[in-house]
Design a protein around this ligand. Sequence first.
Ligand code: NAI
Length: 346
Amino acid sequence: MIAEVARYNGGVLHRVTVLPGDGIGPEVIQATVRAVDATGAKIDWQWVELSGDLIERTGQSVPDTVLESLHLNRVGLKGPVATPVGGGFQSVNVALRKRLDLFANVRPVRSLPGVKTRFQDVKIDLVIFRENTEDLYSGLEHEVVTDVVTSLKVITRAASVRIARYAFDYARRNGRKKVTAVHKANIMKLGDGLFLRCCREVAREFPEILYQELIVDNAAMQLVLRPETFDVLLLPNLYGDIVSDLAAGLVGGLGLVPGANMGEKYALFEAVHGSAPDIAGKGIANPTALMQSAILMLRHLGEIEAAQKLESAIERVYAEGTTLTADVGGKATTEQFTEAVLSAMA
Ligand code: NAI
C-alpha cells in the first residue's frame, strides 16, 4: 500500500512521514531528503518530531503525533533514536515495529566500489530478513527474586511462517538462488525448533530456491570466511540484529547499510546504524546508509527511475573515491558528500 495523494502532470505525489531522530539522525535525514528531491520524484515530506527527549517528555514509547502521521501516510523515513541501556524507556524502534506490525526487517548488504574492506576481492551481495516482532524483543522480562531475572523468548508459528514466506517470495521475485535459515535449534529445541520447522515448510513451496540451514555461531564464522557464498538470510529477531551488523562490517561499516521495516499496511525505512553519539553534531556522519534506505523507499513507492538515479549517483561517488566520509577512509563532510551525490545526478 503506498501513500499516493495526488497526480501531477502524469506523475504521482507521495506523502511520506520523516522522523529525524537523535544524534546524527537529523544530519543524515537532511542530506537524504535533499538527495531524494534531486531525483525528480515528487515527495510531500511531513516532518514529525521523534527523539529520545520527546519520549521522555511525553512518557509515550511512540508519541501519538508519530503514529497519527504514519497511519495517514503509511510510508516513513526514519533517523535513529537513542535508547537508554539497562533501564529507562522502552525502545521506540521495538514499539513502532509492534504497533505498526512491521514484521519484516529487510537489510540488503552489498559491496560498494572503492570502499576499502577486508574483503577487497570478493563481491558481497546478500539480503537479510529478520523477524521483527517477537523473540527476545518481546520485552517480557521479570525479576523473579533479587538478582534473578528471566527474559522470555517468544517464537510463534504465525510470525515465523510470515517472515519465511516474505523472504522466499522476495527471493523468487528477485531471482535469488538460495535462502539460508539461521538458528540455534540444537540448544533452543522448542523455540528455534519451531522457527526452523516453519522455514522448512515454506521452503517446500519454493522448490526452485535452494534451502540451507546454519547454526548461528557457524553462520557468523562462515560469513567472515566466505561472505560471497551467501544470498538470502532468514533469521529470528535477535540473531538478525547481530548478524546485520556483522554483515555491515563486511562491506565497510554501518555508514553504508540500509534497512526497511515492512508490514502489510506500513513501511518504515531506516539505516541499520544508531544515533552515533560519538560523532553527532560534527557534520561528518555518512548519509549513505540512509540514502540507500531511501532508494528502497523509492522502489516501494514505484519510483523505479528515481531509485536507479540515486543508486547510480552514489556508486559513481564511491567509484571516484575523492569525496568520501571519514568512516570509509575519506575526509569529506556530510555536506560535501551530499553535494557530490547531487552533482553526480545532475
Ligand atoms: P551506532 O550505530 O550509533 O554507532 C556505532 C559506531 O558506528 C560508532 O562508532 C559510530 O560513530 C559509527 N557510525 C554509525 N553510523 C554511522 C554513520 N552514518 N556514519 C559514520 N559512522 C557511523 O551504535 P551504538 O553506539 O551502539 O548506539 C548508539 C545509540 O543508537 C543507542 O542509544 C542505540 O540504542 C541507538 N540505536 C538506534 C537504532 C535505531 O534507531 N534504529 C539502531 C541502533 C542503535
